[in-house]
Design a protein around this ligand. Structure first.
Ligand code: NDP
Ligand code: NHF
Length: 367
């Protein structure tokens, strides 16, 4: 391995990998060394387009198969944004080839698969990390710390998160997200994964004991064998009466909101997944007061905004740049961090339980 620069290989030419291409360039400790596609000309076209906007520090090689990239000894870490249905095979192959693995979310079709992927990484002594960018945001870290150490809203009782966007007709017919073979969990995997992860982070990784979930609307892409959850609602029950719910949808307008409610107040985040475009990542705490005096009932607003300096995307302190920088640091040091696989497995187990519940008409099931 070269001493201070992690050499990245990308599998596929996914839309999201263009953002990650830039993140690697901005990270300061990595470079994209090769991009593999099922079609070499497509890999080359992708490299040309990305390089025109964000050149890497050295030329990038186009490769005509994923396996050929994994066989390249000059790659330290791979980024795998292939559709979820294909990931297990390629994550295990990457680990066996000795590459550190940054794997897109939702990690797998089932938690047994996620476990097999992580076991393969552990056996090979390489890092497994999923692609949740907000895990690397200073705001998420600060909110988790605040709730754990200071609890400005008192004892927690309830969390609700909502992640949605409205996919048009072409999205519903031909995006990978509505094809059951490629993205079997539909909106639950694509968006609900983040709601579950946010809940876990806010609760310092505490697991629910029981979960329920229901598909409200199914969607079926034109090539798909069956429907996937297009709109999904989930509920999680924890010890001591604490509970959480989430709603995720490909049918409602852009919304990425989270509310954490406690005995003394509540905390809100308007943009918990992809920060709204700004140089600050914000949240707010609320302690509204109801003053009753005979005929006068005044509910008064007490809101305090807070923020951390953090660009929404594309800058040195942005969450996706932190993600690839952290992954490269791990690859360069060889010292793996078990927290990332733990986050993945816990999220996947809750997702699995949501699907089990859905199959039983929304019954509460043990996690
Ligand atoms: N962490 C994050 O912020 C984000 C994560 N994601 C996740 O990343 C994954 C990819 O999403 P997105 O970028 O929209 O995906 P795209 O549809 O843009 O790309 C998927 C890529 O997978 C490769 N591929 C291999 N086999 C197939 C196949 N049978 N059908 C389709 N593509 C195939 C293709 O590369 P090629 O043909 O070159 O081999 C293709 O470019 C999703 O699971 C999604 O949830 C997405 C957006 C943001
Ligand atoms: O992970 C993701 C982040 O947000 C997108 C929507 O805005 C998702 O579709 C995507 O897969």
């Amino acid at each position: 391995m070269s001493e201070s620069i992690c050499r990245w290989g990308f599998l596929g030419t996914a839309a999201i990998s263009r953002k990650v291409w830039k993140a690697v360039r901005v990270s300061g400790n990595g470079r994209v060394a090769a991009v593999a596609s099922r079609s070499e000309p497509r890999a080359q076209a992708y490299i040309d387009q990305c390089s025109a906007e964000v050149p890497q520090i050295e030329p990038v090689t186009a490769v005509g198969s994923y396996q050929a990239l994994l066989e390249n000894d000059d790659i330290d870490a791979v980024y795998i944004p292939l559709p979820t249905g294909l990931r297990k095979e390629w994550v295990i192959a990457a680990a066996k080839a000795g590459k550190h693995v940054l794997c897109e979310k939702p990690a797998a079709v089932h938690s047994d698969d996620a476990k097999a992927m992580i076991d393969a990484c552990n056996d090979a002594g390489v890092q497994f990390m999923d692609g949740v960018m907000f895990d690397h945001s200073a705001r998420m870290n600060e909110i988790q710390r605040l709730l754990r150490d200071e609890s400005p809203i008192g004892q927690l009782r309830r969390i609700h998160s909502h992640f949605s966007f409205a996919g048009d007709e072409s999205f519903q017919k031909s995006n990978i997200r509505t094809d059951a073979k490629l993205e079997p969990h539909g909106s639950l995997g694509d968006l609900g994964w983040y709601c579950i992860r946010f809940t876990l982070r806010a609760l310092n990784l505490q697991m629910p004991t029981h979960v329920s979930g229901q598909t409200l609307t199914g969607l079926r892409g034109s090539e798909s064998e069956s429907e996937v959850p297009g709109e999904f609602v989930g509920e999680m029950r924890f010890a001591d009466g604490l509970s959480a719910s989430f709603y995720c949808s490909f049918l409602s307008a852009n919304q990425q909101t989270a509310t954490i409610s406690g005995q003394d107040g509540y905390l809100t985040v308007d943009d918990f997944v992809l920060p709204l475009y700004s140089g600050e990542s914000q949240w707010a705490t609320h302690h509204h007061e109801l003053a009753v005096d005979n005929c006068r009932w005044n509910f008064s607003r007490h809101t305090r905004g807070a923020s951390v300096p953090e660009f929404a995307s594309g800058e040195s302190n942005s969450q996706e740049v932190n993600m690839v920088r952290t992954m490269a640091q791990i690859a360069l040091s060889g010292k793996t961090d078990p927290m990332y696989p733990e986050l993945t497995i816990k999220t996947q187990q809750i997702l699995d339980a949501c699907r089990r519940s859905d199959a039983k008409g929304g019954q509460l099931v043990a996690v």
